[in-house]
Design a protein around this ligand. Structure first.
Ligand code: PEP
Ligand code: MG
Length: 326
């Protein structure tokens, strides 16, 4: 049975009633791309670019980033590679940025906020991303932690300024690069309809979205029992994000850890996600579950569980549903 799952890892994930679901990989370093491809990834849904700023002895140069991104794009071509801009701060520490001692780092100077404080770093990274998109493959840029349209517009303006700079300097770059955002802050869900009109794609980051929606620190063991992926509040957030994306006609994926858990597949399909992006080792098992499920059953199932009141009730219904698939 396990051998069968592994054998079919590189085949597409099509539900029993014929719907294709994209399955991408989340990776942290260029080297991970080999394992991601071998595991059956159809693209890189999340390249956590901050790792190049966390583990190295030297601060990376534009040229180094460009070489990495370009190779990544080449290795994955014709599939898309989604490079998330620097997402340091809070639990992701980097020796290169002096972040003040903050009482609430998860609510503080992290991610795109930190990038705005060091705009020259974000610009340098955007130059590398835009250059890597020229001719080698299909590169997309994704901003994390966006909380609303005002912030998004500042970031998009930086992309356009960077393009103008590159073109003045005579560099090749992708002037039609797809720009997307992570949906991982509750206010972004509340204004998802407004954001959807201004980006090319959404990717839901449930790791942070659970933390901020349920007000539960994702790393605090004392409240870990409240960190519930099946909390009705979270499922409604995902639903309204997907609805907003549908309405605007943009694709929406989910790249939090939830996506790599086969158990959640029926709910994620029923919520209408186009694509799931996960750690590479989960890909064969998640694809296997997608193939066993019928989309029409998943829709009906989600309609039913969205009426349930607790994560516990949802969890026990989901167990029955999944058991019936086998
Ligand atoms: C997330 O928040 O769900 C996510 C995918 O990003 P990270 O875990 O890197 O914060
Ligand atoms: Mg996150």
């Amino acid at each position: 049975y396990i051998r069968e799952i592994a054998r079919k890892a590189s085949a597409p994930a099509i539900t029993a009633d014929g719907y294709r679901i994209g399955v991408d990989a989340n990776i942290e370093m260029l080297e991970d791309v080999v394992f991601a491809k071998d595991s059956g990834a159809e693209g890189i849904g999340l390249f956590r670019s901050e790792f190049a700023f966390m583990n190295r002895e030297k601060f990376p140069t534009e040229e180094e980033l460009y070489q990495d991104y370009r190779q990544l794009a080449e290795l994955m071509a014709p599939h898309a590679v989604t490079i998330r801009t620097l997402d340091v701060g809070s639990e992701k520490l980097s020796p290169w940025f002096s972040v003040p001692d903050e009482p609430n780092p998860a609510l503080g100077l992290r991610s795109v906020r930190l990038c705005m404080r060091y705009p020259q770093v974000l610009k340098m990274q955007l130059r590398a991303i835009l250059r890597a998109g020229a001719g080698y493959g299909n590169v997309r840029v994704m901003f994390p932690m966006v909380s609303g349209v005002g912030e998004l517009r500042i970031l998009k303006k930086m992309v356009h300024e960077t393009m103008a700079e590159l073109s003045r300097e005579g560099f090749d770059f992708d002037d039609k690069i797809k720009i997307g955002i992570m949906i991982e802050v509750p206010s972004a869900v509340a204004v998802a309809d407004l954001l959807a009109g201004e980006v090319d794609f959404f990717s839901i980051g449930t790791n942070d979205l659970i933390q901020y929606t349920l007000a539960v620190d994702r790393q605090n063991e004392y409240v870990a029992y409240l960190y519930e992926s099946l909390h009705p509040g979270l499922l409604r957030m995902i639903k309204s994000t997907v609805d907003a994306a549908r309405e605007a006609g943009i694709p929406v994926s989910l790249c939090g850890e939830m996506a790599g858990e086969p158990f959640y597949v029926p709910i994620l399909l029923g919520l209408g996600l186009d694509c799931l992006s996960m750690n590479p080792q989960s890909i064969p098992r998640v694809k296997n579950l997608i193939r066993m499920a019928r989309m029409s059953d998943c829709y009906a199932f989600v309609e039913e569980i969205l009426k349930k009141k607790t994560a516990r009730e949802i969890n026990s219904r989901l167990q029955e549903f999944v058991a019936n698939l086998f």
